[in-house]
Design a protein around this ligand. Structure first.
Ligand code: MN
Ligand code: MN
Length: 291
């Protein structure tokens, strides 16, 4: 990583940290999802940064990948457990960070993922296997009597790429890739009262382009024109300014030019918390970019 990359990661990280903090103060019962996501996404633009992915707002048993749709009439409700996951980038250099806001009485669930993240960060240094990070997460969450979500992971970051190797597990496992100085990745423990395994819901609002391929369908072409500028970064349905966006997206899915990211949920009625930071491995530990 050269100095310019390093500085960009530090800058995108500090902006993400500031905006996520602000976001936390805006989540209140009665607040509309749609107004909330638009407010936060506008703050990112005002800072001169890009969105690395649409603001994720996932409630209760939904762990990840929900966001407001264009005519979303949902509002935050008393007792909701609200995960807010923010990704910003500066010239493609990404900061990925998340927090959970508790509108009910779930303090220990939030503490579990928060302490797991801190414990994981303390474990990071060159030479350890990623499985050690998972062990730190699993142990911290287990102490609170909850489960980590085993089929969601942290991930490396690349320029204009949110999900790069290595995967950073949320449970202990032997071996795995060895950390090296200069690696950049996100650690994101999820604590749950449910099964510890998420599955896909039918709701899907977030997509990304996965292939360059000429498309003939006129609706698909219109959508392609709008998503090209994302350079492969995820985008959402509500961001497409075209009245037949749904038809275009469906055509692009059939052609396998884009993929969807369905909402990922634990068992109905369960509650999930998440905390996430982005960090750079140093010679004797790490620098957290998103504090
Ligand atoms: Mn994230
Ligand atoms: Mn992430």
């Amino acid at each position: 990583m050269n100095d310019e990359e390093f500085e960009s990661y530090i800058n995108s990280g500090s902006v993400a940290a500031k905006i996520l903090k602000e976001a936390g103060t805006l989540v209140k019962p009665g607040e509309s999802y749609l107004e909330f996501v638009i407010t936060i996404e506008n703050l990112v633009a005002e800072e001169g940064m890009g969105l690395a992915f649409p603001l994720n707002v996932s409630i209760n048993e939904d762990a990840a990948h929900d966001t407001a749709s264009i005519n979303d009439d949902r509002v935050f409700l008393p007792c909701d457990v609200v995960k807010v996951d923010l990704g910003v980038h500066l010239n493609g250099f990404i900061a990925d960070t998340a927090t959970t806001i508790d509108l009910g009485n779930n303090g220990s669930l939030l503490k579990a993922s928060e302490e797991a993240l801190e414990s994981a960060i303390r474990s990071v240094r060159p030479g350890i296997n990623v499985g050690k990070i998972g062990a730190a997460i699993q142990s911290a969450i287990g102490k609170y009597g909850y489960k980590p979500i085993s089929n969601l992971t942290g991930h490396g970051l690349g320029r204009f790429s949110v999900h790069n190797p290595p995967s950073i597990p949320n449970i202990s496992h032997p071996g795995g890739p060895v950390l090296e100085e200069g690696m950049i990745f996100a650690i994101e423990p999820f604590a749950t009262t449910g099964t510890g395994i998420v599955s896909e819901k039918s709701r899907c609002e977030i997509f990304s382009q996965i292939r360059e391929r000429p498309v003939r369908h006129p609706n698909a072409r219109k959508v392609m024109d709008e998503i090209k500028e994302r350079k492969g970064l995820p985008f959402c349905r509500r961001a497409i300014q075209y009245n037949k966006a749904d038809l275009g997206l469906a055509a692009l899915m059939r052609e396998r030019v884009i993929r969807g990211y369905p909402v990922l949920s634990d068992a109905p009625g369960s509650l999930v918390s998440q905390h996430e930071h982005t960090l750079i491995v140093t010679s004797d530990g790490c620098i957290v970019t998103t504090r």
